[in-house]
Write a protein that binds this ligand. Structure first.
Ligand code: MOS
Length: 743
């Protein structure tokens, strides 16, 4: 399967930032401390809808240590970001404290700044808001939606094909609101020096954050610098700035002191996004032997009152299977919740849960192996874009996974498989995710101290970005990893992409490779032109750069190190720039459809006597182009699978129907998969380089690992228990209906 040569590219490489993290040396946003720093604590609305009639801050202002209370009445101008500006992606259309209207529980209505965190917290509790509450839209279900639907991808004639189809399926699948729960809380430290602002942030995009903050605060973009050296993950929740960042920056400017704001875990359930609830009706029409004839997806997702956030549930629908007649429609349902935000595998993950659940149900309807149904309907070309795929091995994912899982031993009857007194359920599902190279720049520099650095304004969300950047520089220059410095997480660096969409690998590596090659070229030319260099006078084209040395092509060793040449030339360093052309400008990506693929195989154990269900085993096969670092990549997929267990069985944010308050808005009541829920996970990468993905053919991994897991779980649950759950998560209450309880 693997054609990857045995270089450092494709070798499991321990994280270069591992020691910094395990020794507590890595500085996360909230770890930054400055002389004279004050602390900010937000005050949140406790109604879902209304108008603030009176905000009484007088008691809070008199409390010990209180320096400032900011609110709608005194924040001064904050601006919205320019609509449609791709370089300024914001989370909410409304700016902080823009008006006195409350549109969701937990909306920030004031910010208290004090000398200490304790003083700020106490004073925030003493701010009293009188609100004229209005009736709020809090109904969790979305099926009351009556407005027109947006038409998405369409081909053929769904209506007549579905009408005539011998086998039909018509089901609705529901995914709940889920909350991003990265370990690291959102935090912002603002430091002004005159008109220049430095923000120590936990953001997945320092470059975007900088532009948004400049537009929001109304300051020139060159006056803003955003630093995120390390991220304790984000899951998409940190893709763009939230209102607390601007509030905090205004407070710091007003006080002329650094201010730190750390969003609490409970606030994170209402003020920094969530995966919106989706309701997706799927209609599938097929021939008696399982050929898809018609497919329609009608999805709705919830969004806030002011934001038109579209979850994009049809991400994978148009190209995953071959079907002549297809239609997608969608609608947005506005409710009194905060703004949704992309959450790991946005669109595709809820979308594939529904599509793959429908495919599994269709297979049962047809009394057909769900694996055979996938293979029978595999798409040879992208029938939506009418293009060939750049590199698609969807079918091989299923075939390899089936072998590893032992799928041929499956007996389809419900409750028919047992092990050690437990009933086993087996299910599978397909996965897919976007692949895209974003435009970016990297610099590689040789330094006179014998080190080499690589610099780009992107960040490591925890996935191994630091390490793979060092791998590329090592591969090109031969300089050992311990002499390579990766410098990222700073908007002052050459522009790099957001850590989102699993796109950093597929974007930045090409620029780093190009910068490395260019820097080596400059070094060899310098060696040939520098006075006193043993290579002085050589033709640059006769020289090569290898293992950190410059030498003649036909000579084995004994030639100068780059640092020697830099010393002779009296240079401190020599750097070169490399760029990645985005997919939409890459001739090799023209006219092809680019995606990653995968197959998920899940085993559940069901103990009817005590109604206990566990996911016991997952086999996942991923086709994500070339894999740069198999251990970091497998770690991504394992984490995604664990998140999939949470999505399938545990995660759901509940809101109080009267107030809109998240009632399980804490780590005790919001259930997530933990170590104890973790199944045995077997990850395989197919490792086919994608010719449309730049230097290495890597598409990047992360989100793909979550796609399909929940659908495979619900299929396995049905196989074990006979209970068909179409609304996530699968609850014990659902399983109590199982006939297997009497078995
Ligand atoms: Mo991911 S939701 O693109 O951070």
């Amino acid at each position: 399967m693997s054609t990857t040569p045995a270089t450092i590219i494709g070798r499991p490489t321990p994280r270069v930032d591992g020691p910094l993290k395990t020794t507590g040396t890595a500085q996360y946003a909230a770890d930054f401390h400055f002389e004279g720093m004050a602390h900010a604590v937000p005050v949140v609305a406790t109604v879902a809808s209304g108008r603030i009639r009176n905000l009484d801050t007088s008691a809070a202002e008199k409390m010990p240590g209180v320096l400032l209370v900011l609110h709608h009445g005194n924040i001064g101008p904050l601006y919205r970001t320019v609509p449609g500006d791709q370089n300024a992606t914001n989370s909410e259309v409304r700016s902080a404290f823009e008006d006195d209207v409350v549109r969701h529980w937990g909306q920030y209505i004031a910010l208290v700044v004090a000398e200490t965190l304790e003083q700020a917290r106490a004073a925030a509790a003493a701010v009293h808001a009188e609100c004229d509450a209005q009736p709020a839209l809090l109904r969790p279900g979305l099926d009351d939606y009556k407005d027109a639907r947006k038409t998405g991808s369409t081909r053929g004639d769904f209506d007549s094909a579905f009408k005539d189809a011998p086998v039909k399926l018509d089901q609705t699948y529901i995914t709940p609101i889920e909350t991003h729960n990265p370990i690291e809380l959102h935090a912002s430290v603002a430091v002004w020096a005159g008109d220049n602002l430095t923000m120590y942030e936990t953001t997945q995009g320092v470059v975007n954050h900088r532009v948004v903050m400049a537009q929001t605060l109304g300051v020139p973009v060159e006056n803003v610098r955003v630093v995120t050296r390390f991220l304790g993950s984000g899951f998409g929740g940190k893709l763009c700035p939230w209102p607390h960042c601007a509030m905090n920056a205004v407070a710091a400017r007003r006080l002329g002191r650094p201010v730190k704001l750390s969003v609490t875990r409970s606030m994170m359930f209402s003020s920094v996004g969530y995966r919106p609830r989706t309701e997706q009706r799927f209609r599938l029409g097929a021939s008696k032997d399982g050929k898809l004839l018609a497919l329609k997806q009608d999805y709705l997702n919830v969004t806030s009152i002011l934001d038109d956030y579209d979850e994009g549930c049809a991400e994978a629908t148009p190209y995953l299977y071959s079907v002549a007649n297809l239609e997608v429609t969608s609608g947005l349902v506005h409710r009194n919740f905060g703004a949704p935000m992309y959450m790991r595998g946005p669109g595709a993950v809820p979308g594939l849960y529904a599509l793959e659940s429908a495919m599994n149900e269709l297979a049962d309807e047809l009394k057909m192996d769900p694996l055979k149904l996938r293979i029978l309907n595999d798409a040879e070309t992208d029938e939506d874009k009418k293009m060939p795929f750049s590199s698609r091995h969807f079918r091989e994912c299923f075939e390899v996974g089936a072998k590893k899982f032992g799928w041929e031993r499956r007996t389809p009857e419900i409750g028919s498989m047992r092990r050690e007194g437990k009933i086993l359920g087996w299910g599978l599902a397909g996965a897919s995710w976007v692949a895209l190279s974003l435009p970016c720049t990297a610099h590689v520099e040789f330094h006179a101290n014998g080190r080499v650095s690589v610099r780009s304004g992107t960040q490591d969300i925890g996935t191994g970005t630091y390490t793979i950047f060092a791998q590329v520089v090592h591969e090109k220059t031969g300089i050992s990893l311990d002499r390579i410095d990766v410098v990222i997480g700073d908007s002052a660096l050459p522009e790099g992409p957001m850590s989102g969409g699993s796109m950093v690998t597929g974007s930045v590596l090409t620029a780093i490779a190009a910068a490395s090659i260019e820097a080596m070229k400059k070094m060899t030319a310098l060696a040939a032109s520098t006075e006193g260099s043993p290579l002085k006078g050589a033709k640059p084209e006769d020289l090569i750069f290898a293992d950190g040395r410059i030498r003649k092509k036909d000579q084995a060793a004994g030639d100068p190190e780059f640092a020697d040449i830099l010393h002779l030339a009296r240079l401190n360093g020599l750097s070169a720039e490399g760029k990645t052309v985005p997919t939409w400008e890459n001739p090799k990506a023209k006219g092809v459809s680019l995606h990653s693929y995968g197959a998920q195989f899940v085993e559940v154990e069901w103990e009817p006597e005590i109604a206990r269900l566990r996911v016991s085993r997952v086999v996942t096969v991923i086709d994500a182009g070339r894999i740069i670092n198999p251990s970091a990549a497998a770690n991504q997929i394992e984490g995604a699978v664990v998140m999939g267990v949470g999505m399938g069985l545990l995660e759901e944010t509940h809101h109080d129907r009267r107030t809109g308050q998240p009632i399980n808005g804490n780590m005790a009541d919001y259930l997530m998969a933990t170590c104890a829920d973790t199944p045995q996970i077997d990850v395989t990468f197919l490792d086919y380089p994608d010719p449309a993905m730049g230097e290495y053919g890597a598409r990047g991994v992360g989100e793909i690992g979550l796609a399909g897991v929940a659908a495979a779980i619900t299929a396995a649950v049905y196989h074990a228990t006979g209970v068909r759950v179409r609304e996530l998560p699968v609850r014990i209450e659902n399983l109590l209906e199982s006939k297997m309880l009497e078995a």
